[in-house]
Write a protein that binds this ligand. Structure first.
Ligand SMILES: [Zn+2]
Length: 159
C-alpha cells in the first residue's frame, strides 16, 4: 500500500520537479507510512489546540502548510527534496523525506505542541526557532528518542 496522509496531498510533501523523475507512489514510499502518520497526528493535535485556545476563526487557523502557495509566497522545498536540490545544506534530511518545514497561523501553539509532545510524533530534531522565524523545521525518526534542538552553521536560509 502506498503511504498517504489524511491531511497533506503528495504535492504538499514533495518538491514539484521530483514528479518528473519518479511516480507519486515511489515518492510517497520515500516518505513512508510512519512520517505520514506522525504528520497527521501533529495536524490533528494542532487543530485541537487551536480550537481549545479560542483562536479558531476560519479554516486557515487549523491548517498546517508545507509546500504550496500561502500568504503571497510559493513554497517548493519544504518537504522531500531531490538529491541535487540547491536549497539548504548538502546533507539535509529533507532529501531523505524525513524533514518538513511547517507553516501555520499560530506558530506559538505548534511550537509548544512539538516541544511538549515530540515523543508522540517521533520528532527527534528541530531547528532552533530563532533561526526559523516563520516556520518550524522538524525531523522525524522511525522511533521515539529525545529531541535535539540545533542551529545550522549558515545564514537564515531554510535547511
Ligand atoms: Zn527545513
Amino acid at each position: 500500500m502506498i503511504p498517504q496522509s489524511k491531511y497533506f496531498l503528495p504535492k504538499e510533501l514533495i518538491q514539484p520537479s521530483l514528479f518528473e523523475q519518479m511516480s507519486e507512489g515511489a515518492l510517497m514510499r520515500c516518505i513512508g507510512h510512519d512520517v505520514c502518520n506522525h504528520l497527521d497526528m501533529l495536524r490533528e493535535d494542532y487543530e485541537g489546540a487551536v480550537r481549545l485556545s479560542g483562536k479558531h476563526k476560519s479554516k486557515s487557523d487549523i491548517q498546517i502548510y508545507i509546500n504550496g502557495k500561502y500568504w503571497g509566497k510559493e513554497y517548493k522545498h519544504s518537504g522531500l527534496r531531490s538529491i541535487d536540490c540547491p536549497e539548504g545544506v548538502k546533507d539535509s534530511v529533507h532529501k531523505q523525506g524525513r524533514a518538513f518545514d511547517l507553516k501555520c497561523k499560530h506558530l506559538d501553539i505548534l511550537t509548544s505542541l512539538i516541544f511538549h509532545n515530540h515523543y508522540r510524533y517521533h520528532i527527534t530534531r528541530i531547528e532552533h526557532p530563532d533561526c526559523t522565524p516563520t516556520w518550524r523545521h522538524v525531523e522525524f525518526s522511525t522511533y521515539a528518542i529525545s529531541m535535539t534542538i540545533f542551529k545550522p552553521k549558515r545564514n537564515s536560509k531554510q535547511e
